[in-house]
Design a protein around this ligand. Structure first.
Ligand SMILES: [Zn+2]
Length: 67
C-alpha cells in the first residue's frame, strides 16, 4: 500500500512517558505496544503505527479507533 507519512519519526520509541497508552502486543503478549507515528492512506484514513518496545513487532491501527 502506498501511503503518505503524516509525521516521520526516524528513531525507535525506546522510552515513553508513563502516561502513554499501552496495548497488549499481538506477538509477545506483553503490555508494551506504544504509539509510534501517524500516516494517512489514499482514502485519507489516518492510521497510527504501534510498535512493541519488547519485541519490535508493529501493528497499524486506525487512529479514530485508538483514541
Ligand atoms: Zn511484543
Amino acid at each position: 500500500m502506498t501511503d503518505v507519512p503524516v509525521e516521520r519519526r526516524t528513531y525507535f520509541p525506546t522510552a515513553s512517558p508513563p502516561e502513554t497508552a499501552r496495548r497488549p502486543c499481538p506477538a509477545c503478549g506483553r503490555e508494551s505496544l506504544v504509539p509510534w507515528y501517524l500516516r494517512r492512506d489514499r482514502e485519507r484514513h489516518v492510521w497510527r503505527r504501534w510498535v512493541c518496545t519488547a519485541c519490535q513487532a508493529h501493528q497499524d491501527i486506525a487512529e479514530d479507533e485508538s483514541a
